[in-house]
Design a protein around this ligand. Structure first.
Ligand code: ADP
Ligand code: MG
Ligand code: ZN
Length: 476
């Protein structure tokens, strides 16, 4: 049977505000258990939540970046359920009136661009964490995460393959990080995804029954979990079995999904407007102010790099995959005025060394100034491209500016014609057999002479000059 896959994703992004959504406790990750928890976090009787305005503004930024409509009035609602990491017995979320709806983002699907709809974005509070100790029959609760602000971004079921799902997540992640409203750390749970997936015979209009997958902590795991789940569903359908609507947990070590619980329905949560919080009213002036504070977004930057710097789309994609890297690159270009050469050095040597050391561009020992100075030195002919490779390695290891390393190592290129001509004459005299072969038409042997000159000059000869002088000398 030919099946079509249907996927919709729910993403929870922790916002990087300093304080929590309804109290003044710190949102800093970690810390001694329960050291960032107050009576509001603990859900003590009589406490009242006070909304953090920054949370609303961060959610507005995400809404604008994903082409959503911002609701001028939105309402917090109580989502009721019992769990030991939720002392109040309900989570404050949004339900009937979320902050934003009806948006979309662009993803690359094969060679095409595809729009993925955003159903809604809502604000809510995170829950605490349970810690289970294998050597001890007790469990512990840490409420530091309780009340950390989240936005949930729900997609339309527009995604048609696990690869598209991973691509959508990467784009969404990138937008959050560019906006500087989420640190995007998937291992610490700052960016989490639940994946809903179903299959249907190709051509059928109605969706099949979906399962919801949880517990994936990387883009790759989301894709793997979905690939497994699609196969599992197909196998069942082909064998005449039905799909049960349920939540399943991804087991990374085994590479399988296992049932966790049967799916709860919205009515099970007894949502109702939170009487402790007034509706959030957002007027046009507020939206305009947030709009004016929006930074450039990755898609725009990618297209601008191609148009403005004339670099290939591939380069623009790599360079904008990290905002800090894009800013680094732009600084190098601004100073040296050589976009493609700058891109080659940044994507090549600089990223290679950083990747080897698992460092981010923020920790790069080579400053944009140093890299652009080095590019200028190649341009001027002070050093050859080959010497530059060595120089960049030293710059990376020592953090020193190129000029300093050049003078320390005496790395100056030989551009003195007289000196080079002497060396070349000596080499020609010492290798009569090779000279005869070259003159008899064996062009390939030219490389032998270049090698000899480079060896004699310790690699410091200007390659172009060596070429010219050798050709002249060998022509006899
Ligand atoms: P719930 O809270 O019950 O998970 P939400 O509305 O928050 O419901 O999220 C539903 C998610 O599931 C959305 O991302 C939606 O696109 C997706 N979805 C809904 N129906 C299907 C389906 N049949 N197959 C795959 N995804 C689906
Ligand atoms: Mg869900
Ligand atoms: Zn608190």
């Amino acid at each position: 049977m030919d099946f079509e896959t249907v996927i919709g994703l729910e993403v929870h992004a922790q916002l990087t505000t300093e304080t929590k959504i309804f109290c003044t406790c710190s949102t800093t990750f970690g810390g001694a258990p329960n050291s960032h928890a107050c009576p509001v976090c603990l859900g003590m009787p009589g406490v009242l939540p006070v909304l953090n305005k920054k949370v609303v503004e961060y959610a507005m930024k995400m809404a604008l970046a994903t082409n959503c409509t911002i609701n001028p009035q939105n309402v917090f609602a109580r989502k009721n359920y019992f769990y030991p990491d939720l002392p109040k017995g309900y989570q404050i979320s949004q339900y009937a009136y979320p902050i934003a709806e009806h948006g979309y983002i662009w993803i690359e699907a094969g060679d095409e661009k595809k729009k993925i709809g955003i159903t809604r974005i809502h604000m809510e509070e995170d829950a605490g964490k349970l810690i289970h100790d294998e050597n001890n029959p007790s469990s512990y609760v840490d409420l530091n995460r309780t009340g950390v602000p989240l936005i949930e971004i729900v997609s339309e079921p527009d995604i048609r393959s696990p690869e598209e799902a991973a691509e959508y997540l990467k784009r969404l992640h990138e937008i959050l990080v560019y906006l500087e409203i989420c640190d995007g750390n998937m291992e610490e749970g700052s960016f989490r995804c639940d994946a809903n997936v179903s299959i249907r015979p190709r051509g059928r209009k109605e969706f099949g029954t979906r399962t919801e997958l949880k517990n994936m902590n990387s883009f790759r795991n989301v894709q793997r979990a979905l690939e497994y789940e699609v196969k599992r569903q197909q196998y069942r359908v082909e064998n005449g079995e039905t799909i049960v609507q349920e939540t399943r947990l991804w087991d990374d070590a085994q590479g399988v999904t296992n049932p966790m619980r049967s799916k709860e329905e919205a009515h099970d949560y007894r949502y109702f407007p939170d009487p402790d919080l007034v509706p959030v009213v957002i007027d046009a002036d507020w939206v305009a102010r947030i709009q004016s504070e929006m930074p450039e977004l990755p898609l725009n930057m990618r297209e601008r790099f191609v148009a403005e710097y004339g670099i290939p789309a591939y380069d623009a994609g790599v360079l904008t995959s990290d905002k800090a890297l894009a800013l680094y690159y732009e600084e190098v270009v601004r100073r040296c005025g050589q976009p493609k050469i700058a891109s080659n050095w940044v994507m090549g040597d600089v990223l290679k060394y950083l990747n080897e050391d698992k460092r981010s561009i923020r920790e790069c020992p080579i400053s944009p100034v140093a890299l652009s100075d080095m590019i200028a030195l190649i341009e001027k002919g002070t050093i050859s491209g080959k010497m530059a490779k060595e120089l960049v390695e030293d710059m990376y290891k020592t953090g020193k500016p190129p000029q300093e390393i050049i003078s320390e190592k005496g790395m100056v290129q030989i551009t003195d014609e007289g000196q080079l001509a002497q060396t070349i004459t000596a080499i020609i005299e010492a290798n009569p057999a090779q000279v005869a072969q070259y003159r008899a038409g064996k062009d390939k042997i030219f490389g032998f002479f270049v090698g000899q000159v480079m060896k004699a000059t310790g690699g410091k000869a200007n390659p172009q000059l060596v070429n010219d002088l050798l050709k002249k000398a060998l022509a006899g």
